[in-house]
Design a protein around this ligand. Sequence first.
Ligand code: ZN
Length: 54
Amino acid sequence: MGKSHRGKGLLKMPSHGRGTCPICGRTRIKLLYPVKIDGAQKNVCKNCRNKETA
Ligand SMILES: [Zn+2]
């Protein structure tokens, strides 16, 4: 745990871990937190990681 979402780990991810958050709709934000939305696993930004669904 810990720093898995920082540094080199990001470079291995598609788009370096960035994209559009499916919850808040912010673009080019880092999507680091996998959550289940409607039964599907999606990555959301740090602001949405603790929310269930919007
Ligand atoms: Zn978000």
